[in-house]
Write a protein that binds this ligand. Structure first.
Ligand code: AMP
Length: 179
């Protein structure tokens, strides 16, 4: 395992616990010699992740889209920044560059990324590990939704178990490396 893609909020979140987790993830990736792949933004938890990985001597690769250049600030200090034409190409490259995917708290963009990686795994388009770091029990309502989908016959029980789970970034990296 060489590179892990991290999906997380472009906003900082309301509680300091989210910033701490984003920074810890960056530091852990660098300490384990893993390249951090992420969305390339210089805002919110995304920025904290990139800054902490770089400060700890890690490699950080951003993958973003040309159209966002006007709306969002791209991180200026990354090891490498890929600017691709479309969101689809962006996701494709993120999947290609990464050996696993970790989701930290975030908003709609983060949810979309989690569900796309989950769907592609269930359909057999990739067999890379992916998981949720349940900082501050943030993902409890998502689990309630998945419970509901399972109870109502829209989600098979074994398809719940493919999601790796951890409460901290360090624990998630250990799980990924042991996958
Ligand atoms: P959100 O959870 O809605 O804050 O969106 C964050 C997620 O959307 C991140 O994991 C990114 O991959 C993606 N994203 C947000 N902003 C950018 C950006 N400027 N460039 C690339 N991806 C972004």
């Amino acid at each position: 395992m060489d590179a892990i893609c991290i999906f997380l909020g472009s906003n900082p979140g309301a509680a300091p616990v989210y910033a701490r987790a984003a920074k810890e993830m960056g530091t852990e990736l660098a300490a384990k010699g893993l390249t951090c792949v992420y969305g390339g933004s210089d805002t919110g938890l995304m920025k904290l992740l990139a800054d902490s990985a770089l400060a700890a001597g890690g490699r950080v690769v951003g993958v973003t889209v040309q159209a966002l250049r006007d709306k969002e600030i791209f991180h200026p200090g990354l090891t490498q920044l890929h600017v691709v034409p479309t969101m689809h190409e962006r996701k494709r490259l993120m999947v290609e560059l990464s050996d696993g995917f970790v989701v930290l708290p975030g908003g709609i963009g983060t949810f979309e990324e989690f569900f796309e990686i989950y769907t592609l795994s269930l359909l057999g388009f990739h067999s890379k590990p992916f998981g949720l770091v349940n900082v501050n029990n943030y993902f409890a309502p998502m689990d309630a939704l998945l419970d509901r989908a399972q109870q109502e016959g829209f989600l098979k029980a074994p398809h719940r178990e493919v999601i790796l789970r951890a409460d901290t970034p360090a624990e998630m990296i250990r799980r990924m490396k042991g996958f």
